[in-house]
Design a protein around this ligand. Structure first.
Ligand code: IMP
Length: 185
């Protein structure tokens, strides 16, 4: 069984979340930055996973994720990481809240597509989604990106107010990673 997972990411937070979810496996980041110019999360994940040079016995994993806000027509979507410069939680969430100041519909979803590259050259894609609402202001300090403004359905806390394990249990990435785990186990 291939045991080492190579993750195509330069994002330490994502690498930590993936490592926590895949406990018992060796998870290494490849630190390679790939331009994300695809129109969908799936296309970007596949592009990133193809950039990994796999050695025998390794499995490549790449995720592409983002936030889709209903009243902004699905934005920031695949542009979530580039929505503000520099993309700190304060800048990302601040810009989002400003754009949404007249939005009564606060519905939003986090989406995560994970592409898996197998030693035989095959590629599979799994997806995870979590629905929720955008808060009126930033709350909490945990996590990254848009976590301080995202309240998952059925909860009062934002992702940034939750313990990492609780976020992983319900998040888009957690859901996609559980599908990944089933496939590679
Ligand atoms: P990418 O998948 O590297 O393109 O990055 C997607 C961007 O979406 C991240 O840089 C964050 O800004 C945002 N994002 C994706 N997943 C999460 C999450 O779990 N919490 C908060 N923001 C996220």
């Amino acid at each position: 069984m291939a045991s080492e997972i190579i993750v195509a990411t330069t994002n330490e937070h994502k690498l930590r979340e993936i490592g926590q979810m895949l406990k018992g496996r060796r998870v290494t980041g490849n630190g390679i930055w790939v331009k994300e110019n695809g129109k969908t999360f799936e296309a970007n994940a596949i592009k990133k996973v193809k950039a990994i040079k796999l050695k025998p016995g390794q499995i490549g994993v790449a995720d592409d994720s983002g936030l889709m806000v209903d009243c902004l027509g699905g934005s920031p979507g695949v542009r979530s990481a580039r929505f503000a410069d520099p993309p700190t939680p304060k800048n990302l969430c601040g810009k989002l809240l400003r754009l949404m100041k007249d939005c009564r519909n606060r519905n939003a979803s986090f989406v995560c597509a994970i592409a898996i590259a197998f030693p035989n050259g095959g590629i599979r894609v799994v997806k995870g989604i979590v629905h929720g609402k955008i808060a009126d202001k930033m709350r909490g300090h945990s996590g990254f990106g848009y976590d301080p403004v995202f309240i998952p359905t059925g909860y009062r806390q934002t992702f940034a107010e939750m313990a990492p394990a609780e976020k992983n249990r319900i998040s888009h990435r957690g859901r996609a990673l559980r599908k990944l785990k089933e496939i590679i186990s």
